[in-house]
Design a protein around this ligand. Structure first.
Ligand code: AMP
Length: 787
């Protein structure tokens, strides 16, 4: 039992704490007013999107363990009034407690798991015992006793979970969204017209953050790997996307509300509905076992489902529209591309590109020439992709227009070794292989060199890009504990793909695919060759010249033209693209039947022997023509940015209303704030000197000379993730050289230094050449008054 004092004011509590012994802590509790139902009130406030500060009270108390019971003996220091027992655990709402528990089931470290496992076993023991007692129709008193013990065990587990859970486990998305909106990181587009789902505008902070991430991406990949950058158009003619397969296959299955026509993505509807059912099954034990098994089975196979499978699940589980409860139609294929036309006639069909990759493939010949005909090489493109998502509902995670950064690495299909692979071979990545997924085993941390050696990852080039992807995500500030690489199951991959690993990041929406790393074999280049008859190949020098027998089918255009008119050209192209083996087979059939049926994408053309000349000759060749394989890392910058915002979001210890973004300085939208302690004119020359120094080092800054207290101004700049606050105070200009303080937003610690040293130090801190601890060791600490 703890005893302490209850206060409304955190400062008083903190002051009081200093008088306690070293194991004293302060706790924060909510005190609902007598009249209002607090939970109801909170929900209402949230609905209105106005996160006003909730009324919190602080208890200064001696603590023996962070989840111990607290007895509040007084709400007034002089006159103890009431005694009230409060457990620390309920400071979180039930929903949050559940969230923490779910989080730990997925994310607990082995050390945490070791502490939780016996408590979980203890709960299970009593759960089983109660079921047993009920089955045996034991006396009610025995069951009741067991229930009391079960509750106590559950509570101990819950409280231990809260005590051990990392901060992000209780992450509050509403608070983050409120901050992002208020400080205009991004917001829904065309909001004054009611907004459009899946479209977002970035404000000043969002723009700067995105620009910094793109700059780092360009540096990390294009510059450091010597890639060839291209910038192609978004408007893409139909034949290009027909060849790539997007016109026929870039679709999601959609179901509609039979009454109001509202659309839902079928796989998302099934996933959400099953997850909802599973939650119900936790409460309603009668349906539990059956539904859990069936539901888990469907979820595991969902990625590979076609329309029939989905329809079967929707009818078997009797799923309805989640909004109206109305019946749903059968799944319909919905192509995700935005169609348009180029020019005024309306005849030239086109689409807004769904990915940037095709722009690189169609420029392959020129890029190869630029690279002096040599393989391997990589091209990269940063640009917009457009997808008409069926029902985007997860903020930046699923939008209809988004920035992609894509790499197409062209490599000899017979040799996918990577010259620099040794440099990354020892890097450890969390891999969630197809085997792990099928066995229900957890993801495992493995050195990428080992994963390639034992063929878990198909080849060195793919492995190299996965390691570089890991480095990039860590560099911009993604939490490594919430990052994994998930291998596609064979039914998820396109038929031509050889291996595919998504970098998935854990957010409050679950594990989200943020980067796709795929070995797409030769598919794309071959498809564009078939469509255009322009050879998209590289030449590989043979060790020695060899004689080869060539067999070719040549079209007799005079006769073909008469018979097939405009189609003759198409037939000629198809004949030119046949392999020697195919021509030999045609020749045999022409001899045997005097007729050959040529199939071009399902269209049949009858060819008599006089329409085709078979030509045979021998040729000495010095080089072999190969269609390169393509390794494609594809980054969605918006998704990474959202994950980064979640991972950087913090609440000040002891003051949950004070939220801030702890960005890595490298990507922080603004690097420094300049805060004059007062509006006094004597500070102006120092301010000017600081600005000049920062500009010289190309460091962005924001001056906050508003009238609020320094603490309030710090809080404002912390909110938008400015990592360093430069305060100009009355000491600053008293002597020359001028001095200022730098405050590190994340730790709130401060140092004092000369203005002439500012630029270099902050520039080093931004680039990561120095850490804040290095700066603290070098410069005198500045004791700030309480914020
Ligand atoms: P994909 O070509 O589907 O593998 O997508 C490549 C990357 O683009 C994904 O890893 C995501 O990061 C991103 N992405 C795909 N679709 C969307 C979307 N609708 N909204 C935002 N990002 C997306």
């Amino acid at each position: 039992m703890l005893s302490g004092y209850l206060f409304k004011n955190i400062r008083t509590t903190q002051r009081l704490l200093r008088n306690f012994s070293s194991d004293a802590k302060f706790f924060k509790v909510r005190k609902p007013s007598r009249k209002q139902n607090k939970l109801g009130l909170e929900k209402e406030k949230r609905r209105k999107n106005k996160l006003q500060s909730t009324q919190f009270f602080y208890i200064a108390a001696r603590a023996r363990s962070p989840y111990q019971e607290v007895e509040v003996v007084s709400n007034n220091r002089k006159a103890p009034l009431q005694t009230q027992r409060k457990s620390i655990a309920p400071r979180f709402e039930k929903k949050t407690r559940q969230k923490i528990s779910d989080y730990l089931k997925q994310m607990a470290t082995p050390e945490i798991e070791a502490q939780l496992a016996p408590l979980r076993a203890a709960v299970k023991e009593y759960g089983d015992l109660i079921r047993d007692l009920k089955a045996k129709q034991a006396p009610k008193i025995d069951i009741d006793k067991a229930v009391v013990e079960l509750k106590a065990r559950k509570k101990l587990l819950e409280e231990t979970e809260i005590a051990l859970a990392p901060k992000e486990a209780s992450f509050d998305r509403l608070k983050l969204e409120d901050l992002l909106k208020r400080r205009f990181f991004y917001d829904q587009s065309f909001a004054i017209y009611g907004g459009v789902t899946g479209l977002y505008d970035f404000g000043p902070m969002g723009c700067a953050l995105k620009a910094n991430m793109l700059q780092q991406w360009r540096k990390h990949f294009i510059l450091e790997e010597g890639m060839l950058e291209v910038d192609c158009t978004s408007l893409t003619p139909e034949p290009v996307l027909k060849a790539s397969g997007h016109v026929d296959r870039f679709a999601d299955w959609m179901v509609k509300d039979t009454k109001n026509g509202e659309c839902f993505r079928a796989d998302h509807l099934i996933k959400n509905s099953i997850e909802k059912l599973m939650n119900v099954s936790k409460i309603d034990k009668k349906v539990s076992a059956e539904i859990k098994k069936d539901g888990e089975d469907v979820l595991a196979r969902l990625e590979g489902f076609d329309d029939k499978d989905m329809h079967e699940v929707i009818t078997r589980f009797k799923f309805k529209s989640p909004i109206t409860g109305n019946d749903l139609t059968e799944p319909i294929a919905f192509n995700l591309m935005f169609p348009t036309q180029i020019g005024p006639t309306g005849d030239f069909k086109a689409f807004l590109r769904p990915e940037t990759a095709q722009g690189i493939f169609v420029n392959f010949k020129r890029l190869l020439e630029f690279n002096q005909g040599k393989l391997p090489f990589a091209a990269a493109q940063i640009g917009l992709g457009f997808r008409n998502e069926i029902s985007p509902r997860q903020g930046l995670i699923r939008v209809r227009e988004f920035t992609m950064c894509e790499i197409e690495h062209f490599v000899d299909p017979e040799d996918k070794r990577f010259p620099k692979f040794a440099k990354v071979a020892d890097e450890k990545l969390v891999l969630f292989s197809a085997c792990n997924q099928l066995d229900g085993a957890p993801a495992r941390e493995v050195a990428i060199g080992e994963a390639v050696a034992n063929k878990t990852v198909a080849n060195e080039t793919l492995g190299y890009y996965m390691a570089r992807c890991h480095q990039f995500l860590m560099k911009v500030g993604i939490d490594g504990r919430r990052l994994r690489f998930r291998q596609h199951l064979s039914n998820e991959m396109a038929h031509y793909a050889q291996d595919c690993w998504d970098a998935e990041i854990l957010t409050s929406y679950g594990w989200i695919e943020c980067v796709g790393n795929a070995d797409r074999a030769c598919y794309d280049l071959q498809q564009h060759y078939k469509a255009t008859n322009v050879k998209l190949v590289a030449e590989k020098k043979l060790p020695e010249p060899v004689d080869v027998d060539i067999v070719e089918a040549q079209a007799n255009m005079a006769l073909l033209g008469k018979k097939y008119k405009k189609e003759a050209k198409k037939i000629q192209t198809a004949l030119q693209q046949l392999t020697s083996e195919q021509v030999t087979a045609i020749e045999a059939e022409l001899v045997a039947k005097q007729l050959y049926n040529l199939d071009i994408n399902g269209e049949k053309f009858e060819l008599a022997p006089d329409l085709v000349n078979i030509k045979k000759y021998s040729k000495k060749i010095h080089v072999q023509e190969i269609t390169p394989s393509v390794i494609e890392p594809s980054y969605g910058i918006g998704r990474i940015m959202y994950a980064l915002l979640e991972h950087s979001f913090r609440q000040r210890e002891g003051d949950e209303q004070r939220t801030f973004l702890a960005f890595k300085p490298l990507v922080a939208p603004i690097k420094c704030s300049i805060l004059p302690i007062s509006a006094n004119d004597t500070l102006v020359p120092v301010m000017d000197a600081v600005k000049e120094e920062l500009s010289h080092y190309e460091l962005s800054y924001k001056v906050d000379d508003s009238s609020g207290t320094i603490g309030r101004r710090y809080a404002r700049t912390d909110e938008i993730g400015i990592p360093f606050g430069i305060t100009v105070d009355f000491e600053s200009g008293k002597t020359t050289p001028y001095t200022v303080t730098i405050r590190h937003a994340e730790t709130m610690s401060q140092i004092r230094l000369e203005v002439s040293e500012l630029g270099r130090l902050i520039s080093d801190l931004v680039s990561g050449r120095q850490q804040w601890s290095d700066a603290q060791a070098k410069y005198p600490k500045f004791e700030a008054s309480a914020e």
